[in-house]
Design a protein around this ligand. Structure first.
Ligand code: UTP
Length: 296
């Protein structure tokens, strides 16, 4: 069975209402963490994991996202003429190979499961990754790479998982765990946004998945779940019912929920402090804010 994962779906068709009014005109995925849009972090993580084909599920108003991946010959020429090699390198590092990116429209935001299903014809008959760009994961070894390496050994379907405080579990898809084998957990059930007190565990599903085409077939049913949306978690849970293996993978690293204001602010501080060119001044500023000193 083919366990090489070379395609990734990036569902970016959501409205990003938690960031209104910004998202009236700026796609959430283009919002900037330090100096790079969220989508760039997702692309870099995918590339590190060996992804060669990048499939974006977009919607109306996401033109800026498509433009971001165009080459910028005028900008490159002007940087070159000015001898700004470092900036030229930064810009060129974002260039994508011709034909490596495909865009598919999700005409109605019917849920994450539906967004993934919209890309079905581009997937063929091979396992594929799904990356939600608003989950940004800081890790020594990129999260998807950790998963792909394990996936090549075990196959099945795999979701990234992270421990969350039990009282927060109802905001996530949650794993019902059969057996834990180091970072790998075999899963006997998954519940999207369980009611409080009915969480099967405190292991939450985070926005990285490796899935098989069986999941796409299951999404054909277009069954609405929690919140009236077609949920990806439900389709993966049906794999378990069909006795096909599903694993949770407890990744090493820290996840920031950049789909929420708090998570975005936390990520901005963490990534800013991690940047050698910004760290010194930024950490002094933060220490000053904490001690109540007036900003200079
Ligand atoms: P969210 O639940 O964060 O929804 O979607 P959202 O619309 O992006 O943001 P809010 O909640 O209104 O602030 C999680 C991921 O699934 C994608 C989103 O683009 C995001 O990457 N998604 C969600 C779709 O592509 N289509 C959908 O119908 C729903």
């Amino acid at each position: 069975m083919n366990r090489k994962v070379t395609k990734a779906i990036f569902p970016v068709a959501g409205q990003g209402t938690r960031f209104l009014p910004a998202t009236k005109s700026v796609p959430k995925e283009i919002m900037t963490l330090v100096d790079r849009p969220l989508i760039q972090y997702a692309i870099d993580e995918a590339r590190a994991a060996g992804i060669k084909e990048f499939i974006f599920v977009t919607s109306r108003g996401k033109g800026a996202l498509e433009d971001y991946f165009d080459t910028a010959p005028q900008l490159e020429a002007s940087l070159e003429a000015k001898g700004k090699q470092d900036l030229l390198d930064v810009v060129r590092s974002t260039n994508m190979d011709s034909g490596a990116i495909a865009y598919i429209r999700q005409h109605q935001a019917l849920g994450l499961g539906h967004a993934v299903w919209c890309a079905r014809r581009l997937i063929g008959n091979e396992p594929f990754a799904v990356i939600l760009p608003d989950d940004v994961i800081a890790a020594d070894k990129p999260c998807l790479q950790q998963m792909v390496e394990t996936y090549e050994e075990v196959g099945g379907c795999m979701v990234a998982a992270m421990e969350v405080p039990k009282e927060q579990a109802s905001s996530y898809g949650v794993l019902d765990i059969k057996e834990t084998m180091g970072p790998l957990m075999s899963v006997k059930g998954m519940v999207e946004k369980p009611k409080k007190g009915q969480e099967p565990s405190n292991m939450a599903v985070i926005g990285r998945y490796i899935l098989t085409t069986d999941v796409l077939r299951s999404l054909n049913k277009k069954q609405a779940g929690a919140g009236g949306e077609i949920q990806l978690t439900d389709a993966i849970a049906r794999e378990i019912q069909s006795l096909r293996p599903v694993y949770g993978y407890k990744f090493e690293g820290r996840r920031y929920d950049c789909g929420s204001k708090n998570g975005f602010l936390e990520a901005t501080v963490a990534f800013g402090l991690n940047r050698p060119d910004l760290r010194d001044d930024f950490s002094k500023f933060i220490a000053g804010v904490q001690s109540g000193a007036p900003a200079e």
